[in-house]
Ligand binder design. Structure first.
Ligand code: PHE
Length: 337
């Protein structure tokens, strides 16, 4: 019995098999327990001898099982250690680095250009009161031109700003009728548009404002020309076309010459040779007056552009939604090393 049991211990290949052997030989229903239980029936003089033997056998089997178990555990640990060994000589995985969003970089680039021309940066709230978003910009309640900018109203008097022009109204007001004011206002704006390749219900704008004595339209043209050349290249020409904005008079739209232009079939300018970039004009006397400036003493110009549009033209991006869906494959292309 002992030999048989020890052999089985030696053969046991895993913890479960070992446990089975233990139950089989040392368990409550095992042969040794049975022998010990049957002791009462034995003649008196045999009892100590048999008892001693049974105990010795049990002891031996039990020791063998314990030893085997320890060995198995050691082997398992050894195996685990080997499997989990870290090869410190393997090359590391490069860390994924983030970077500024294309729009952020572009806005900073535009800001730098204007800071270089002496402009300061002004910011204002995205949730705006009707007065600064519309009224102070010569768009009284019920003015039809309000329809040009479909709005997200929060209450009757509050809305998500539809352009960054309210920052200009606020900045002028702070100067209490005394110039000069020379600011650009970057920021997010909101319009109730259905999103598609060229529309987004939220986008960004950068507007500029210069108010001083003797500011003329030629000053506007000079500043915009310098901007266009620095932004798109020295070879670019600009042209101003008459347009309408309630807060400027006269109002213009600025085009830059099309660099890609292969004539009639040009996909960028549709063969016209010109690409529209921004809106601008001379600050309307009503706007100056509402902000506390005397329009007989002060004049000014303002312009507004959409960084998304500029990025799309500069980098050949075909869908405005790329800016806002945060696909890193798109964004990573524009990270500067
Ligand atoms: N605020 C105008 C818009 O959002 C842009 C603009 C700004 C036009 C300043 C002229 C002068 O459409």
């Amino acid at each position: 019995l002992k030999t048989e049991a020890l052999e089985k211990v030696a053969q046991a290949e895993d913890a479960k098999a070992l446990q089975d052997v233990k139950v089989q030989y040392l368990g409550k229903k095992g042969p040794i327990t049975e022998v010990l239980r049957g002791m009462g029936k034995l003649p008196k003089e045999e009892r100590p001898v048999i008892g001693q033997m049974a105990n010795d056998v049990r002891e031996e089997i039990s020791t063998a099982i314990d030893e085997k178990q320890t060995k198995m555990e050691e082997a398992a640990l050894e195996k685990q250690l080997q499997e989990e060994t870290i090869d410190v000589t393997l090359p590391g995985r490069p860390a994924q680095t983030g970077g500024p969003h294309l729009l952020t970089s572009l806005i900073e680039e535009i800001e730098d250009l204007f800071i270089g021309m002496g402009f300061e940066i002004a910011e204002g709230p995205e949730v705006e009161v009707d007065y600064y978003n519309f009224e102070a910009l010569n768009l009284p309640k019920g003015h039809p031109a309000r329809d040009m900018q479909d709005s997200f109203y929060i209450t009757e008097e509050m809305l998500m700003r539809t352009h960054t022009s309210p920052v200009q109204a606020r900045t002028m007001e702070q100067h209490k009728g005394k110039g000069p004011v020379k600011v650009i206002c970057p920021g997010k704006v909101y319009r109730r548009d259905t999103d598609d390749a060229t529309h987004s219900h939220q986008f960004t704008q950068i507007e500029g404002l210069l108010v001083d004595k003797h500011v003329r339209m030629s000053d506007l043209k000079g500043v915009l020309n310098a901007f266009a050349k620095q932004m798109f290249g020295e070879e670019r020409e600009i042209r101003l076309r008459p347009s309408f904005f309630p807060f400027t008079e006269p109002s213009v739209e600025m085009d830059i010459s099309c660099k890609m232009c292969g004539g009639e079939g040009c996909s960028v300018c549709k063969g016209t040779g010109w690409i529209e970039i921004l809106g601008a004009g001379m600050v309307h006397p009503n706007v100056l007056e509402m902000a506390g400036y005397d329009p007989n003493e002060y004049t000014g110009f303002a312009f507004g552009m959409g960084p998304e549009r500029i990025a799309m033209l500069k980098y050949g991006i075909d869908d405005i939604r790329h800016f806002y869906t945060n696909d890193v494959r798109f964004l990573n292309q524009f990270h500067k090393a």
